[in-house]
Design a protein around this ligand. Structure first.
Ligand code: SF4
Length: 392
């Protein structure tokens, strides 16, 4: 009997019984960070298997908030969270709270009046002041911050701006010689690729009446790999002085990678400032806020503005009273360098612009003089006909 040929075994094509390698949250490719952003608790678990205690969360409540407002958080940013809990600043700003489903009567979809009649000459523009204009080149952000004042815009395709609309917006700016500063803002302009972003900036740069370009971006905080040497060099090569305003709210966000992004920008001649939002339980007590200001100074991003939280739907749990902001500013003055103190600002609802909410250090005193409270807590009468200057 002839021997039967021995056929080689068929290759085993069944999937290996091991999980695919996890995404490295420190991957330094900003596009991959953006693409792999978590949009659900399942994504968080897939990115960080077993790291966060998700069982303890009110999952239906969080999912209801996601259904209302969406969620997006880069692996890099989520990796900065220590705990899956609302008292963790990164978690609280990246992952919806069930409390977001509560909308208070005073809250508004457009809290600072970006779209009120008379201020909105084009879908991608808001002109609130004679000399400045906001330009919204994209509704895309790498993280959907829970406190965002443009929640209605972020991630919303209705606000997408195509090339023709962007060109029309620039044409409009070209016809307004009293406009001297153009502010690219959110969405996040740094989610655009280099070529698209620079094509836009170069058109603005060529306008003789544009004397300042500003980019408001949270990318150095939530996806700092976006600030490549190449991008920094191209921004620094613009004729018009260019300013990047970052948005860090807590010292834990000011990492070594953030500092490297700031160094790259400054090294290319681009100045870097920071704006924060006053947020309950996140940066509204002096020690934590002082740590943020010092971290920013050490990283080379000058603190510039502290915004009172706007009347954004579903953010009542993140807002403080103005009194809390006063107390914070009172405690900070004299305990950090003056150049590290941000301006505490209120954006007047309805599109009326910003006003400083300065702590009332100086008030009318007797006989036309002034009652002055000093940082060391002493109270003085200053000036007036009596010209008195007394220790309180
Ligand atoms: S990055 Fe800015 S515009 Fe985008 S969600 Fe955060 S706060 Fe809003």
């Amino acid at each position: 009997m002839p021997e039967r040929a021995v056929r080689p075994a068929a290759p085993d094509v069944s999937p290996p019984d091991v999980a695919p390698p996890a995404f490295d949250p420190r991957t330094d490719d900003w596009r991959r960070q953006h693409a792999r952003a978590a949009t659900s608790l399942d994504d968080v678990e897939a990115l960080f298997p077993g790291r966060f205690d998700l069982a303890a969360l009110d999952r239906p409540g969080i999912e209801a908030a996601i259904a209302l407002y969406g969620m997006r958080a880069t692996p890099y940013y989520l990796d900065l969270a220590e705990r899956a809990a609302e008292d963790d600043p990164v978690w609280a700003l990246a992952v919806p709270s069930p409390r977001e489903t509560v909308r208070l009567p005073e809250e508004r979809d457009d809290p600072i009046g970006d779209e009120v009649d008379g201020l909105h000459p084009h879908p991608a523009l808001t002109r609130r002041y004679r000399d400045r204009v906001l330009l919204y080149p994209t509704p895309v952000c790498s993280v959907h911050c829970r406190h965002c004042f443009r929640k209605r815009v972020v991630g919303n395709a209705d606000y997408a701006v195509d090339d023709a609309a962007l060109a029309a917006a620039v044409d409009w700016i070209a016809g307004e010689p009293e406009l001297h500063e153009v502010i690219l803002t959110g969405g996040d302009p740094l989610t655009l690729g280099d070529d698209k972003l620079l094509a836009l900036l170069e058109r603005l740069d060529a306008l003789p009446h544009v004397w300042s370009l500003r980019l408001h971006t949270r990318m150095p905080v939530v996806n700092p790999f976006r600030v490549t040497e190449a991008l920094a060099a191209r921004l620094g090569a613009l004729r018009t002085p260019t300013l990047v305003v970052t948005h860090a709210n807590h010292a834990v966000e000011v990492t070594g990678v953030f500092a490297r992004a700031v160094r790259r920008l400054r090294g290319a001649g681009v100045d870097v400032l920071n704006q924060s939002v006053l947020l309950a339980g996140i940066n509204d007590e002096p020690d934590g806020h002082r740590a943020l200001l010092w971290a920013l100074l050490r990283a080379g991003a000058r603190p510039y503005a502290l915004h009172h939280a706007d009347l954004v739907p579903g953010t009542g749990h993140l807002r403080t009273h103005v009194e809390r902001g006063y107390a914070l500013m009172r405690a900070l003055r004299g305990t950090v360098p003056g150049h590290a103190l941000p301006r505490y600002l209120l954006d007047v609802p309805g599109g009326h612009g910003k006003v400083p909410l300065d702590y009332p250090w100086v008030q009318p005193g007797v006989l036309g003089g002034l009652r002055v409270e000093a940082p060391d807590g002493t109270v003085h009468l200053y000036g007036g006909p009596a010209a008195r200057f007394e220790r309180g």
